[in-house]
Design a protein. Structure first.
Length: 292
């Protein structure tokens, strides 16, 4: 695969991505042979309908406090990580889910008992790095080992967003795959418009200015992209020493413009100690949205 943007060509394995200046157009070439789960697009190029979920879960979650990592703390009677795994397991659009743990971590079944995660579909990879960037990149390489191709989709999700539902996943998948704004779908993320007035602080913790909120969105996860394109974007950012705080940031560096898909405030990220109380309320039995 090649990424072309602003006169720059970066080599990528398996397929080709050409970025038209200012237009964010993707073109993917076909690998040899038509495998199950693949189809020819309207432009007679081979694309895949297979979708893999990837959950990086190697962080320490220090801001959340607690004796154990926040993704392992109990929320509404279950380990926090259970909710994300359950959402992807219940979603028919997802072919497989990979959970990325730190190399020195232990299997979930050993930590919590096999019965806790009984019936959930997921694979565990002990390849997590010292940053989200590194963990996702390692997870993408792991997906290749379990049969994923560069032209498959990957949905990367935060382990600390337990409010995700199958309906939210389906909404993202439908929006991205039906995106008519691009010759081939680029990808997209769940997000919510910023409702609050934003203030930029000066150096002395006073208001320096008010930031207009028009057009501002708060990024959530999952974030959905072609595996090969995302891997190349992350590898390029790593080589350049660029700091990317989510997958979309890396994709944007290629000159591409992922789609914003309306998410839900329920899908918030548990970050601080007080967030656990809100998650506890949202995840109590009987509080799941009807369309979940």
């Amino acid at each position: 695969m090649q990424v072309t943007g602003g006169g720059t060509v970066m080599s990528v394995r398996c397929c080709e991505v050409r970025v038209a200046a200012g237009k964010g157009r993707i073109i993917e070439c076909a690998p040899a042979g038509l495998q199950a789960g693949f189809r020819y697009s309207k432009r007679h190029l081979l694309v895949s309908d297979r979708r893999f979920a990837l959950i990086p879960c190697a962080g320490t979650g220090s801001r959340a406090g607690g004796a154990v990592q926040k993704q392992y703390q109990t929320v509404a009677g279950r380990p926090m990580i259970w909710y994300a795994l359950a959402a992807f397991s219940a979603c028919e659009a997802i072919n497989a889910t990979a959970l990325v743990l730190a190399p020195d971590d232990m299997p979930l079944e050993s930590r919590f008992g096999a019965a806790t995660f009984a019936g959930l579909r997921f694979d565990t990879a002990f390849v997590g790095g010292d940053s989200r960037h590194a963990s996702v990149l390692a997870g993408l390489h792991h997906l290749k080992h379990i049969g994923a191709a560069d032209t498959d989709w990957v949905l990367v999700h935060d382990a600390a967003r337990p409010g995700l539902t199958p309906a939210m996943i389906d909404t993202l998948v439908r929006a991205v795959e039906s995106d008519d704004a691009a010759s081939e779908p680029i990808g997209g993320i769940l997000a919510v418009p910023v409702p609050d007035t934003l203030k930029r602080a000066d150096g002395s913790a006073r208001i320096g200015s008010t930031v207009p909120r028009e057009g501002l969105w708060q990024a959530q996860t999952p974030q959905m992209f072609r595996i090969g394109v995302l891997r190349q974007a992350l590898e390029d950012a790593l080589a350049a020493g660029a700091v990317v705080t989510d997958e979309a940031s890396a994709i944007e560096r290629l000159g591409l413009h992922p789609r914003l898909v309306n998410g839900s405030l329920r899908n918030f990220k548990v970050t601080y100690p007080e967030d656990f109380a809100l998650a506890e309320i949202l995840l109590q039995p009987g509080t799941t949205p009807p369309d979940a």
